[in-house]
Write a protein that binds this ligand. Sequence first.
Ligand SMILES: [Zn+2]
Length: 262
Amino acid sequence: MIGYSGATLKPSNNYGVRSGCDAPDMVVLHYTAMETVEEALERLCSRDHEVSAHYLISASGEIFQLVAEDRRAWHAGVSYWAGQRDVNSRSIGIELDNNGCTPFPCPQSRALVVLCQDIFQRWSIPTWRIVAHSDVAIGRKIDPGPKFDWRGLAKENIGSWPLRGQAALGIDEAQFLEDAAIYGYETTLGLKLVLAAFRLHFRPMAQGPLDPIDCALAHGLAGHLPLTHLTEPLNRIERGGLDGRGPQGSRKVRTPQSNSAG
Ligand SMILES: [Zn+2]
């Protein structure tokens, strides 16, 4: 099974062929919302439930592999990221053994870092291309939830973390949506849902309407992305994200540089 050499194999019946791309170019994180890793393994492997993920990491840090990385696992469902609607075909899905209420233990977080570094290296995936299920399924999913430490992960050079203070924007709703679309969010769903998803990832304690910190963070995030994220001029993307037509079609994610999984 193509994947991380340190994983314990627990093959799932639930997978298919990747569509429209030969290799994964992003990672999506989840929590299982179940009480035990055994329950989660059973569900993710059973034909009775049409769900799966490539990996499941237990609370103690054991990494189980359920689906080969070159196959399409069924974890994201109806989704959107950076112009792509079939997130399952483009991603590697990682489930974290967590019931949604408890903190993520250190051994599990360390195992996640090791696994992500291995995946990024083998598939030549840019290290910022890791997102939450809640980022790609706005308004529908909330995992891995507000307790997940995205900032800690970013300190390991995994994922993007926005730099504040790059711009004194004040509150600019159009600019916020533009920056959110550049990052990858489906901004045609409207400010309320996009803001909720953005805060769940970057400001889980924040409440209330859009504020200057949201705007500065989103602007810092968009500005932090390498230009290789985009294959068309920025002005076309900005218009596409704001006039109702949506970013899909006017922006594309670059194709993976490598299909190898050595
Ligand atoms: Zn999920």
